[in-house]
Structure formats: C-alpha cells, structure tokens
Design a protein around this ligand. Sequence first.
Ligand code: SAM
Ligand code: SF4
Length: 336
Amino acid sequence: MTQENTASPASRLIDKYGRHVNYVRLSITDRCDFRCTYCMAEEMTFLPREAVMSLEESLRVAAAFVGMGVNKLRITGGEPLVRKNVMWLIERLGALPGLDNLVLTTNGSQLDRFAEPLKAAGVKRINISLDTLRPERFTAITRIGDLDKVIRGIDAAQAAGFRRTKLNAVMMRGVNDDEFVNLVRFAVDRELDISFIEEMPLGEIHGRSNTYISSEETRALLAPHFDLQATDESTGGPARYWRIPGKTSRIGFISPHSHNFCDTCNRVRVTAKGELYPCLGQNDALNLLPLLRDGADEGALRQAMMDSMGIKPFGHDFSQQMDSPQVVRFMSMTGG
Ligand code: SAM
Ligand code: SF4
C-alpha cells in the first residue's frame, strides 16, 4: 500500500532556482550485457567491485532521499538486472514508506525471469529500451543482444500485470529512422507507451552529429501515418506526450536538444560508485561513497544531499557538443 511521504518541508530538497527535487535515478551497476553503440565504447573497462556501492549502501542512499521528500525512484544502470542479488535491494525499496513510485529502466534481456518478482516487490512501471524490430539490426546496435529475448521480456512484463510499460527508442538517422512508424505500430498493437529520445553527447563516440534526429523531425515523419494529438500529460519525467485518438498508447518525445526541459527539472542521479550528479549534462558531482564508508551518520548523509542542491546548475546545453562532448561519462556510467 502506498504511504504518503511525510518529510518535513525543512528537509525537502529545493535547489537555488526553487525547483523541488522529488525524483532520483539510482544506478546500481555500470555493467551491462549489451554494448549499445550510442551508449558505450566497444571495449569498456568496468569499475572494480569495491568501487561500486554495495546493495546495502544503495538502500541507505535511497532511504535517506525518501526521508527528504523523494517519492519517485528509478533503478537503472548499466543494466540493473545483471546486478547480483538485485531483488534483495528491490524488495526493500518496494517496502520503503513514502516511496510511491518505484520504477525501473532495463534493456529487457533478463525480464523473462525478473518480471514477476519485480511486480511482486512493488515496482510500479518498467521502461524497456527498444531501438529496432529487426533482429540483425538489433544485434548490430547492441553489438551482442538478441531481439527475441527482449520481446519475450516485454511479453513477460505484460503477463506479470505491468501497465503503462514504456518502450524507449533512441532516434538515429540512417540507423533506425526507417522503423519509427513500425515501432509506433508495435507499441499501439500491444498497448505500450513509446518514447523517442534525442541522442545525447555523453561519452566520446565519434559521428553522433551525423545520426542526430530531432523530435520534431520524427513527428513530421509519423504524421502521415498517425493522427498525433498533443497532450499536457506527464509521467513526472522529461517526456512530452502525444496521443492517437481511440488508442491507449502514448507517444512521447524526450528532447534534451530541441526542447530543453531544465526549467522544470525535478531530479538528480546517483552513479553506481555513489556520486550524486545534480545534472546529467554537467560534470559537477558530490561523492557520497566516503560518507557511506567512513561511518557518517544519517544527518551527515542528508546534509550532503542538501548541499548538492547548491551545485545543481540551471541547465545543460548539448547543442554544440555532438562530436566533442563536454561530458565524458558514458550514459551507462551516470544512469539513464
Ligand atoms: N540498460 C538499461 C537500458 O538500456 O534501458 C538502462 C540504462 S540505459 C543507460 C538508459 C537509457 O539511456 C536507455 O533507454 C538508452 O537507450 C538511453 N541512452 C544511452 N545512451 C544514450 C545517449 N547517448 N543518448 C540518449 N539516450 C541514451
Ligand atoms: Fe547497456 Fe542500456 Fe547502455 Fe545499451 S543503453 S549499453 S543496454 S546500459
């Protein structure tokens, strides 16, 4: 049962621009069973185990945030479902009073076995990344993944009773732009939501500017096929949604370039090694790991979280950075 978050107004996270942070994206691993071309380099060096927060440390961080008014937590990575004993953490997060909205982003590869336990643990919604419906292309984009397994994962999520499951597709010119119409049809047929994401310059990967497509261009591409109606619906994240009359699916666009959403930003990110990033598109961070490991009490941990509000910048600007990123962390490091 959901319990209201009772954090006192004085302990809430408000940044210097008056934005209330009530949403945390918590990365629990930098590792992944895929190597998506836009997210990782082909050869990745992952963190040594001791540099990664233990599950107990992740739980402590999450609980401290919830004590400060955070009511939405997204578990992410890397691929969160490859983290050993991940259900130990998720079951405890699901039982945290005041956390109304425990959600997960996954590549779907492990969902066939995890969908039911995730539902039982209280996960409310799942986002599944899916950039293509063509098996060979899927293996090329992920460098290793198997599309069938992900489709089985999507089926398992629906069979487990997850509603409003959302597909996330990164838009890439010359890579998957010929499939946007089919991806929407797939979502509509299965009563899934789908969001198209503008590719962000996170990590040194050459040639991003050649593949970048704006949300507007994709909407124009979809327009002859679907009667897209703009809505003011929100799921508490950065997506803006369109609907097709008579269908349940929402068609979302996450547009960090073309429709910068910083003015309403309500979130911060914690990496697998315990760095608190107040902004995905900037390099300022506050390291929580020493506090967690040096015996700091709850008060010190909360104070550090409060201090991070002072370094939350007004926003980011990705526009001039596609081939020479200002942020050298890959998305798999910071957590999507
Ligand atoms: N492994 C999980 C997955 O793929 O859903 C969770 C982590 S992944 C980093 C989270 C999201 O970030 C995915 O939807 C992925 O497509 C997206 N992503 C990764 N790198 C990106 C980039 N450079 N620009 C835009 N989206 C990116
Ligand atoms: Fe892994 Fe997700 Fe990054 Fe793909 S987008 S490499 S699945 S973390």
